[in-house]
Design a binder for this molecule. Structure first.
Ligand code: NAP
Length: 338
């Protein structure tokens, strides 16, 4: 093996990628983790984590550091370079093309996460970084004493709205329906927060602010244009900033061939092994089709993926061309869609 040929290549060093690296490393297979930014993924955008067993609470960046050190301790090599494409060669070898060159492995675990979904409304792009944000931990402190809006009704929106009350004079949580998708415990906590107000059945139709074309970078969000979806009544809301948490788009465009996915673009994976419809390509974490996307589920699925990928590589080395053929057949017969 040369220094760019591995048994398993893991793409992405969020909690799923680091857990996969830990388990693959402990299985004594040569593992590389390819990460375009800093290790930790979304842990770095999360201030305090209170739902990871074993820690009453831990800072996101602290958990990221510990997971990275733990993966490295068991031998995983880290490469910091964005991956652009995974090429599958005729003999089944996967070639990960990165800014730092190519890395080859028979098995790849994709744990590349995703990016925040945009609203696609007027003003969103224009005022991005000038009052429109997708990360409360990163940007919240810039809005001390201001009235902020948070858009969305899932766990992220409610959790981050609560978080932002520490900086803002007031936070208005705007959701398009009359019921939250977020877990009831979070919604109850939000309801008790005296600085947090909820505006339900309301959509934001536009983000407006001071002029952007003055050339002095002074453009800044000043208000939102709102519409009540029940009454069609239109109004404006004065805010100093708006935080958008309306879901997530998975990074699933890397592989040079069709990988079965659901209607949201998330990879479908075999429940026993986390293998995708492409033999030797496994997936875990936020790229995977599943009910929920928690740190706990990401590391659990990554554990399965790493152990399955290890077994797959070892069986292939013994000459078995389709190691999981037997127990994969059920889901294959069930039919991959996408
Ligand atoms: P999500 O659960 O998919 O929620 C997205 C929210 O945005 C929904 O309320 C949705 O409204 C709303 N939305 C979508 N498109 C919209 C649009 N164009 N205009 C207005 N609203 C729109 O996404 P998430 O909150 O990012 O969470 C993603 C996953 O991460 C979830 O599985 C969640 O449980 C998990 N998560 C967990 C935690 C935690 O437990 N600590 C924290 C953050 C995230 P509808 O409800 O009407 O569809």
């Amino acid at each position: 093996m040369d220094d760019r040929t591995f048994d398993i290549a893991v793409i992405g060093a969020g909690p799923a990628g680091l857990a996969a690296a830990l388990y693959a490393g402990r299985s004594l297979v040569r593992t590389v983790v390819i990460e375009g930014k800093a290790p930790g993924g979304q842990l770095l955008n999360t201030e305090l984590i209170e739902d990871y067993p074993g820690f009453m609470s831990i800072l996101g960046h602290e958990l990221a550091t510990q997971m990275t050190e733990q993966a490295a301790r068991f031998g995983a090599e880290m490469v910091y370079a964005p991956a652009h494409r995974v090429r599958v060669e005729e003999d089944g070898t996967k070639v990960v093309e990165t800014d730092a060159g190519e890395y080859r492995a028979p098995a790849v675990i994709i744990t590349a996460g995703g990016n925040p979904r945009k609203l696609g409304i007027p003003g969103e792009e224009e005022y991005a970084g000038r009052g429109v944000s997708y990360c409360a931990v990163c940007d919240g402190a810039f809005f001390k004493g201001e009235h902020l809006a948070v858009i969305g009704g899932g766990d992220a929106a409610v959790e981050e709205a609560i978080f932002l009350t520490r900086y803002a004079s007031k936070v208005t949580l705007i959701h398009r329906r009359d019921a939250f998708r977020a877990s009831p415990i979070l919604v109850e906590e939000a309801k008790k927060d005296p600085k947090l107000e909820m505006l339900l059945c309301t959509v934001v139709e536009g983000i407006e602010g001071t002029p952007l074309d003055t050339g002095d970078h002074s453009g800044k969000v000043t208000h939102l244009r709102l519409r009540n979806v029940d009454t069609d009544e239109r109004s404006t809301l004065d805010v100093g900033g708006v935080f958008v948490f309306v879901g997530f788009l998975p990074n699933t465009g890397l592989v040079d061939r069709h990988v079965a996915h659901d209607e949201g673009g998330y990879y479908l994976t075999d429940p026993y092994s986390m293998m995708t419809s492409v033999p030797g390509i496994f997936a875990a974490g936020d790229v995977r089709s599943q009910l929920t996307r928690q740190i706990t589920t990401a590391v659990g699925d990554a554990t399965t993926a790493a152990l399955a990928a290890t077994k797959w590589v070892e069986e292939r080395a013994k000459g078995n061309p389709d190691p999981f053929g037997t127990f994969m057949s059920a889901s294959r017969e069930g039919g991959w869609v996408g």
